[in-house]
Design a protein. Structure first.
Length: 319
């Protein structure tokens, strides 16, 4: 790569954990050194690249990597946030968002669910995911089935604009004439080490929901295909380098030493193992604690999450 050019990397994995490990390795070894707007004075420059990641089997097992920022209960709550809008009610009013960095309201400026399912335009609300489903149910080969998050009026003034920019999907027939749903997501900026994995678990859960609804509309089976993840800036922050490199003097192994010293099974979890922790992780997170804790959650959203909880408890839901 010529000096001054951002590296462009292509990463592949059969499962999500495999793709995650491969992405960290490639960005660490080949990423450009560049500062970020979040660096502390003594942080080294981040490692950064433009990256396309393909996960061939998004629900292949094991589906969960053990090295990620939040606990499993917290991850389950994040999935509900993206798929069902569990925290859409945490978003502050439009007039406060328009104040940008001058707003004293500390509530959020957006959620992915809000932008995808309830995108605000001047004369109403657009459910872009519903559009995707209807479009593909009637014209599966269409290239127009997409949903965007960026709001050109609300996002530029804020300090925390959406990282996810676009979701795109298409149906392809396999060799036997069966329908397969392929989905791509496009990201402006991405924290690889502490956000990518959780993002992908949530977005592939949404992918499955879309495929199920297309199937219902068509009265025909729709299988889950490959998931592709494109990031303009996929980065490892300098503040994370100690976590990546380890600390030999304190006996802390590096991320890459763990890859060498532990089997893949020892570095991952299956959906079967994770399911009870999604229900209740024992330390205050999970679907049961969330429903008990969040009294102001809208009834419609609460009912959707309660149904997901029942499905997990009865073993009808692969997390």
């Amino acid at each position: 790569m010529k000096p001054g050019n951002i590296p462009v990397l292509c990463v592949h994995g059969d499962t999500i954990p495999e793709a995650y490990e491969n992405a960290i390795t490639q960005v660490w070894e080949q990423g450009v050194r560049v500062r970020t707007e979040y660096d502390r004075p003594d942080d080294p420059p981040s490692r950064d690249a433009t990256v396309m990641i393909t996960v061939e089997n998004p629900f292949g097992q094991p589906r969960f990597h053990r090295s990620f920022a939040d606990g499993l209960g917290g991850l389950s709550e994040y999935v509900m946030e993206v798929v069902h809008g569990a925290h859409d009610y945490w978003v502050k009013p439009r007039e406060e968002i328009l104040k940008g960095v001058d707003s004293s309201d500390t509530r959020w400026t957006y959620t992915y669910h809000g932008r995808l399912f309830e995108y605000e335009i001047e004369d109403g609300i657009v459910d872009q995911v519903d559009y995707m489903i209807n479009k593909l149910a009637h014209t599966g080969y269409s290239r127009r089935a997409q949903a965007v998050t960026w709001n050109v009026r609300l996002d530029p003034p804020t300090d925390d604009p959406p990282c996810l920019q676009r979701v795109w999907g298409r149906l392809i027939e396999d060799d036997e004439g069966g329908l397969v749903f392929n989905m791509n997501t496009h990201w402006r900026s991405r924290d690889l080490f502490k956000a990518w994995f959780e993002n992908v678990i949530a977005l592939t859960t949404l992918m499955r929901k879309i495929a199920e609804r297309i199937s219902d509309e068509m009265s025909r089976e729709v299988r889950i295909g490959r998931y592709v993840d494109v990031s303009d800036s996929l980065h490892i922050y300098g503040s994370y380098f100690r976590d990546i490199e380890g600390d030999p003097e304190r006996g802390i192994m590096s991320f890459f030493d763990h890859l060498k010293s532990r089997s893949f099974e020892e570095r991952t979890w299956t959906s079967e193992f994770v399911r009870p922790h999604f229900i209740d992780d024992g330390v205050g997170k999970g679907l049961r604690p969330m429903l008990a804790r969040e009294h102001d959650m809208p009834d419609r959203v609460r009912r959707s999450i309660q149904e997901e909880l029942r499905a997990m408890e009865e073993g009808r839901y692969d997390v």
